[in-house]
Design a protein around this ligand. Structure first.
Ligand code: PMP
Length: 396
């Protein structure tokens, strides 16, 4: 009976998504995630991954993952607080803290878990969270879970932040007030205005929380957006993922020893979900080692980003106002954006269309994620295809 009810509810909704072309068909990558991937038997240039430094299939990381798997096994066997904390997890947290220039760090199984856990462990229904309107879904869900009052502010609008912070403080209604922002916003590639944010936070006594999922390994010679601005002591929560530039999986908070001690007894995904696999933890440590040895990969990433942006701009495309290697190519209307992305794919370039409701109506874009692993020849090929498809569809 209950299954029939579910079917009755889901059938028209799924039908509507299919009819409107909004049902997201998931592509399967056949093999490793690199600058070239095979999808449906076709080799294409991959402009859609967050594998910024090309570490996802790096030999050194693979070797460390294999060694740790042999030493520790494939799984941790329990949650961190029961007996799922292995030497390799402690080593990873120590390495992250060093890398982030903080007293301590805590690792989670994903960046998503990290935001869910960290926000809800610290903020309560007596508090308020001021959140940039374009913050990531995991931040939004973490805020909701905390029960705190959520005060959304206009994207990167410091006047709006100041106004909302002032009102919240003057209301006297909250025990704590926190401001949360992405370090780098993944849809447009713009960078959080951290120096101004810190100034406002000091003025109004706000806690500061920066989710640097797209800034770690990219900004600040790899150490992230907070380091880029020299604000390691002023940002209370530095969040990152181990799944993008680091190339593996997981998430972390870096901060004071006291904050990390608290999260280790209160962050629910840490307490109630089995810890990272030992192989993943070992691979993450090696990725941090590689970044610490040289900035070569980070430099190459930026060089590739500059080259791609320049090329697309010269072709006549609107590439928005990205300040990072993330390169959106704004197409506009939703159906045209989808069609553009499909044509790129047919021509051997895999760049996903991002349309409403992920971005505002009429600002559909094809988002390009250049990585350190792309060669100049690959980027030239991407530009040639953009030129061809752009003319064909009347975009340029
Ligand atoms: N925060 C931001 C800003 C992100 O872009 C993402 C990844 N999409 C996450 C958190 C979640 O990270 P993960 O994929 O490691 O769960």
């Amino acid at each position: 009976m209950s299954r029939k009810v579910l079917e009755e509810i889901l059938t028209p909704q799924l039908q509507e998504l299919h009819e409107k072309g909004l049902y997201n068909v998931i592509d399967t990558v056949e093999g490793a995630n690199g600058p070239i991937v095979t999808i449906n038997g076709k080799e294409v240039i991959n402009m859609s991954s967050n594998n910024y430094l090309g570490l996802a299939n790096n030999e050194r990381l693979i070797q460390k993952a294999n060694e740790a798997t042999k030493q520790y096994g494939v799984g941790a066997g329990a949650v961190r607080t029961i007996n799922g904390t292995m030497t390799i997890h402690n080593e990873l947290e120590k390495r992250i803290a060093e890398f982030k220039h903080t007293e301590a760090a805590i690792a989670f199984q994903s960046g998503f878990n990290c935001n869910m856990g960290a926000i809800s462990a610290v903020m309560t229904k007596k508090d308020a969270i001021i959140s940039d309107e374009l913050n990531h879904a995991s931040i939004i869900d973490g805020c909701r879970l905390s029960g705190a009052k959520i005060l959304r502010v206009k994207h990167q609008d410091m006047d709006d932040l100041r106004r909302v912070a002032k009102e919240a403080v003057e209301s006297g209604a909250y025990e704590k007030i926190m401001y949360i922002t992405d370090g780098v916003f993944s849809m447009d590639g713009d960078v959080g205005k951290l120096p101004e944010i810190v100034e406002i936070a000091e003025e109004y006594g706000l806690l500061t929380y920066v989710d640097d999922a797209h800034g770690s390994g990219v900004m600040g010679n790899g150490a992230g957006t907070v380091k880029h601005f020299g604000l390691s002591d002023q940002i209370d929560f530095q969040i990152g993922t181990l799944s993008k530039a680091i190339g593996v999986v997981g998430g972390y908070v870096a901060g004071t020893q006291q904050l990390i001690d608290w999260l280790k007894v209160r962050a629910r995904p840490f307490l109630f979900s089995t810890s990272l696999t030992p192989g993943a933890a070992a691979a993450c440590i090696e990725a941090i080692n590689i970044m610490a040895e040289s900035t070569e990969r980070v430099d190459q990433l930026w060089e590739n980003g500059r080259y791609l942006k320049e090329g697309l701009k010269n072709l006549g495309f609107d590439i928005g106002h990205s300040e990072t290697p993330i390169t959106p190519c704004i197409i506009g209307e939703e159906t045209l954006t989808q069609q553009f992305s499909r044509r790129l794919m047919e021509e051997g370039v895999y760049a996903k269309a991002i349309t409403f409701p992920t971005v505002p109506k009429g600002t559909g874009r094809v988002r390009n994620m250049p990585t350190a692993a792309h060669t100049k020849e690959m980027l030239d090929q991407v530009l040639a295809v953009y030129g061809k498809v752009g003319k064909e569809l009347g975009v340029i």
